[in-house]
Design a protein around this ligand. Structure first.
Ligand code: ADP
Length: 357
């Protein structure tokens, strides 16, 4: 098994294109090419600008308004995500490195039977780092990152969902290599039901057609990452296309310790290694997001021990450091958000369909 290379980072700026899910976006009118990397000689589409994109054949039959709508959502994400930012999940990280990052970086090697999957599925409880992994994949493969929640397609763009799916893939093709991250993919690709609306059926069909890459060439470098907390809702067609199905688990003891350490290290604290170990063992069952809430709660301990008058007057560097007691109190307030019953569902689904771990 390959254990190497998962900690590499890149100095490139990640351009994130978020379609309607980002509240604090700063819209930029001009496309910024994500590939400013001179060392990467394997990329065919190095230089693109607005005019070449306008003339791009991928956009030929796409409603210009749709293209504009997607373009207007382009945002620049300055935060680069590295594998080190994701605690635990070593199996998922290694699998992703080998099956999607290297192929995106070296399509000249990963062709033929080495061709990477077009889609992967990240499933598991909420707050376990699925979105973080999506961003990391885009960062590490120097790809343009499109992030969209399935409910944006199905509810915000009512009546235009199908067209927007087509436009999304077309714009992504113009900005290759591209990673399209689809949160809540279960609501887009769920099993057919009697009550299913005509429009959602059309969206689903269009999505599957696009996923199959119908009418496009083999050189497309677009990776679809579906994320879900409800993998059991996905139908067979979706399962088949999202070839790698990775269980993104709750953090284990070491990962929880790592998350706490990273979060408190930038703060004034007096936590010893033993303290961190103790907090980590007491937070069994907490997700990564729960761990973050726990640390935020504990960080308020020193503030709560002061009167309002003191808070008003005190110098910032005089605030007492965070200690073990702050965490013990926080553990009584912040509870794990995932039930053990839910966990069993993931384990069962992983046994049946997931890549093993
Ligand atoms: P998901 O997409 O699985 O619901 P996110 O990736 O949005 O979860 O995670 C929410 C937050 O929780 C992240 O921004 C991060 O702060 C924290 N987090 C979750 N999992 C991890 C992890 N494995 N390592 C480090 N931080 C994590």
């Amino acid at each position: 098994k390959k254990q190497n290379n998962v900690n590499s980072s890149t100095s490139e700026t990640l351009i994130k294109k978020s379609l309607g899910v980002n509240k604090s976006r700063s819209v930029i009118s001009k496309f910024v090419n994500p590939s400013t990397d001179n060392q990467n000689h394997h990329r065919k589409d190095e230089v693109r600008n607005e005019s070449t994109i306008d003339e791009n054949p991928y956009l030929k039959n796409i409603d210009p308004k749709m293209v504009e709508m997607i373009r207007n959502e382009i945002i620049e994400c300055k935060n680069l995500i590295t594998w080190d930012d994701i605690s635990g999940l070593q199996f998922a990280k290694n699998t992703i490195q080998e099956s999607v990052i290297w192929p995106l970086l070296r399509p000249d090697i990963f062709k033929g039977i080495r061709r990477p999957p077009k889609g992967i599925l990240l499933f598991g409880p909420p707050g376990t780092g699925k979105t973080l992994i999506g961003k990391c994949i885009a960062s590490q493969s120097n790809s343009t990152f499109f992030s969209i929640s399935a409910s944006t397609i199905t509810s915000k763009w009512i009546g235009e969902g199908e067209k927007s799916v087509r436009a999304l893939f077309a714009v992504a093709r113009c900005h290759q290599p591209a990673v399209i991250f689809i949160d809540e993919i279960d609501s887009l690709l769920c099993q057919r039901s009697e009550q299913e609306h005509e429009s959602s059926r059309k969206i689903k069909t269009e999505f599957l057609v696009q996923l199959d890459g119908a009418g496009t060439n083999d050189d497309d470098r677009i990776l679809i990452i579906g994320a879900t907390n409800r993998p059991q809702e996905l139908d067979e067609a979706a399962r088949r296309r999202l070839v790698k199905k990775l269980y993104i688990k709750l953090p284990d003891l070491q990962a929880r310790k790592d998350i706490i350490k990273k979060l408190v290290d930038s703060e004034n604290h007096v936590l010893s290694d033993d303290d961190l170990e103790k907090i980590a063992s007491l937070s069994n069952g907490y997700s990564g997001a729960d761990m973050k809430s726990l640390c935020q709660e504990a960080s308020l301990g020193p503030i709560r021990s002061m009167s309002f008058d003191m808070i008003n007057k005190i110098e910032a560097d005089q605030v007492r450091p965070i200690n073990l007691q702050d965490f013990l109190s926080a553990l009584k307030i912040v509870m794990p958000s995932v039930s053990s019953e839910d966990l069993n569902h993931y384990v069962t689904w992983n046994d049946k369909f997931g890549c093993s771990d």
